[in-house]
Ligand binder design. Structure first.
Ligand SMILES: [Zn+2]
Length: 169
């Protein structure tokens, strides 16, 4: 498996390709505006191919970022999972509390990597919901990703801090 640093280099290279393709698209679009009827069909054809390239690059970037999140968190998750087995608090909650204790409360994604494709328990889903309903939860084993879902999908109708605020106002 590639390390997070390897994947980060792939992302940077792919991002540069993406930006170059986006620039080409802007250029061909600008040329379309001034094109004669004769030129237009060829430019539209060219534009379609650039759009297809750009969309393919966007898909590859998304996949790389997903792999990056997984690679970045995996070693940490593994260590926490080992520790959590003794204290009966799950690794997910340990990871969130650790991040919060270091001032991070804006969560984009959390990877749950276990040897048995384990899914977060109810208590963990509740803690996740209190911080970020739209955070992505990546559920994976050591070989592959099994599911990617938002916290809102994992815990429909969650009780959140908003409920408390609404109740007291
Ligand atoms: Zn749990």
């Amino acid at each position: 498996m590639d390390t997070a640093a390897d994947i980060e280099r792939h992302i940077e290279a792919k991002q540069a390709d993406y930006e170059a393709t986006a620039a080409k698209l802007a250029d061909v679009t600008a040329r379309l505006i001034d094109a004669t009827d004769g030129q237009r069909a060829k430019l539209l054809q060219e534009r379609m191919m650039i759009v297809a390239d750009r969309d393919a690059l966007a898909d590859e970037l998304r996949e790389l970022k997903r792999r990056y999140a997984l690679a970045a968190i995996a070693p940490y998750e593994q260590a926490e999972a080992d520790a959590a087995a003794f204290v009966t608090v799950c690794a997910e909650r340990v990871a969130i509390w650790k991040a919060v204790s270091e001032g991070e409360t804006d969560f984009l994604a959390l990877a749950v990597v276990t040897s048995i494709d384990g899914s977060p328990c109810g208590a963990c889903r509740q803690v996740m919901a209190e911080f970020a309903l739209d955070m992505l939860v990546i559920i994976a084993d050591l070989q592959q990703v099994h599911r990617i879902a938002t916290v809102a999908e994992l815990l429909p109708g969650a009780f959140t801090p908003d409920d408390l605020r609404n109740a007291s106002s």
